[in-house]
Design a protein around this ligand. Structure first.
Ligand code: UN1
Length: 499
């Protein structure tokens, strides 16, 4: 059990400067304290930023292939420790073991993928309008990058943000969610074992309003990457705008699966169950709306409800459990409040709609998988992100109506359409307002070699992962070299008007 010495600053594990700590609990048994972690404030964050700034000049001068090799070793260590990390994740975050293994696997994939960028082109050579002039543009690191990460993918998301930043030559300060500090400690321990030099990766555990805000405010931090709610993202992006910092935000979602009358219904039901209730609905990609053509609605709904009510709930470590607890009691109550709002607005609860409190369930944060019927677009439950195992059915009569319904929220992360009609599929690909579109697939299941992120209020125009993973944490430098022997000044546009 960790006992408070959990900040990692300049290569040393230290307590918070004023010695304060907070507890991390097991969401399946909230009486079980997993560990005590440093409760960091501005002084701790400033120490971490100072260490990161001191390590930056040397790290950015290390050849990129060598930085890549460090990340490759990190991939190997994550593979070696996959099972241990997955079990720790089940205990600290609650997701079921197979999903926890998937979370670690995303980090492994990302480590190997980004490691290879160390030997990939890092810019372009561009023709000049002047003779004997070499022109190129090259990616440069930005300095100290602050990472504020959520609890729902406690290993994968830090890896998406951190590996590209490190490969590019930046140094980082990680502030993980207060619900999953132990996993961040394990992640950083592995980075140390992989050979990341002192000060290149720093960790401050604690709360958003305390440590997170201090990281955003710190003058030594040039770039912030944040994943979390749109509400918090708005505050962070606003401050970063004033402070002229780069900021990349991955925010809320209200993702939908559209099921057309010509869909393979069995496939659509399986996809809906996975997207709505996998990770107890706590994914930014979770499908909290099911937009179903009226001709297939009854069959889809009845089958979905039968299977949703048969899902086995339990602590994630139980191999028979399909759905684990939600992250904490506050979230449990919030989810239940939302279902109440939906019912008051006229939605019908077909299954679920309750906190599980019988027997051992009462010791944890378990919410029954919930399907609401008669959801309409104007309801709050059709518009606001609930982040729990709650989904609702919206009935439509045509593809046009379905696409308009899918696009009818402030969010735009992941939208999916089930159809066997190629015209409908390609129309949806063109019309759906989302960063990720799936055809005949659930809304969850992004692979790391494609860009990840959303449009509208889901983000601020950045993407994680994919071949643009380094965009958020690099600046372009344009380089002009005159290699002419002539003593003549040749002015662009003036002496060289070519068109
Ligand atoms: C998230 O919920 O923040 O596509 C990330 C998926 C996962 C990533 C989810 N690969 O659901």
């Amino acid at each position: 059990m960790h006992s408070g010495k959990t900040n990692f600053i300049g290569g040393k594990w230290v307590q918070a400067q004023d010695g304060q700590t907070f507890e991390s609990l097991n969401p399946a048994r909230t009486a079980e304290v997993i560990g005590r972690y440093a409760r960091s404030w501005q002084a701790d964050v400033e120490a971490a930023v100072t260490a990161a700034a001191a390590a930056y000049p040397a790290w950015r001068r290390i050849p990129a292939p060598v930085r890549g090799a460090t990340l490759f070793r990190m991939g190997q260590l994550l593979e070696r420790e996959k099972e241990r990390l997955a079990r720790q994740m089940v205990e600290e975050m609650g997701k079921v073991l197979v999903e926890a293994r998937g979370d670690v696997q995303e980090a492994i994939d990302m480590a190997y993928y980004i490691a290879a960028f160390g030997r990939m082109p890092n810019g372009s050579v561009v023709p000049s309008e002047r003779a004997e002039m070499f022109c190129s543009a090259q990616r440069m690191p930005v300095g100290v990058v602050g990472l504020i990460t959520p609890w729902n993918f406690p290993i994968a998301i830090p890896s998406w943000k951190m590996f590209p930043a490190l490969l590019a030559g930046n140094t980082v300060v990680l502030k993980p969610a207060e619900d999953t500090p132990g996993l961040a400690v394990s992640f950083v321990e592995l980075l140390v074992e992989a050979g990341v030099p002192s000060g290149v990766v720093n960790l401050v555990t604690g709360f958003g309003a305390e440590a997170g805000a201090a990281l955003v405010e710190s003058a030594g931090v040039s770039t912030i990457s944040f994943t979390g709610s749109t509400e918090t993202g708005r505050l962070i992006a606003g401050r970063c705008g004033q402070l002229m910092k780069r900021v990349s935000c991955e925010l809320g979602g209200k993702n939908a699966i559209v099921v057309m009358d010509d869909a393979n219904i069995e496939l659509a039901i399986k996809g809906a169950l996975w997207s709505a209730f996998g990770t107890a609905g706590q994914r930014c990609t979770a499908a909290s709306r099911l937009i179903v053509h009226r001709d297939v609605k009854r069959r889809f709904r009845d089958e979905l409800v039968d299977r949703a009510s048969a899902l086995r709930m339990g602590a994630g470590i139980d191999p028979k459990a399909q759905i684990g607890p939600v992250i904490n009691r506050k979230q449990l109550e919030r989810i239940h409040r939302y279902v109440g709002i939906g019912v008051a607005e006229g939605a019908k609860t077909l299954t679920g709609g309750r906190v599980l409190d019988e027997g051992a369930f009462g010791d944890g944060c378990f919410y029954a998988p919930t399907v609401l019927d008669d959801m309409t677009l104007s309801m709050r439950v059709a518009q606001e992100e609930i982040f729990g195992p709650v989904t609702g059915i919206i009935e439509v009569g045509s593809l046009e109506e379905a696409l308009a319904a899918a696009n009818s929220t402030q969010y735009g992360l992941s939208l999916s359409l089930y159809t066997q009609n190629v015209t409908s599929a390609f129309r949806a690909i063109q019309e759906l307002e989302a960063g990720i579109v799936y055809i005949n697939l659930p809304t969850s299941g992004a692979e790391i070699q494609l860009p990840f992120g959303g449009v509208k209020n889901t983000g601020n125009g950045h993407r994680e992962a994919g071949w643009m993973a380094m965009d958020y944490c690099t600046e372009w430098k344009s380089i002009y070299v005159n290699y002419a022997e002539s003593e003549e000044l040749v002015r662009a546009q003036i002496d060289t008007q070519v068109a």
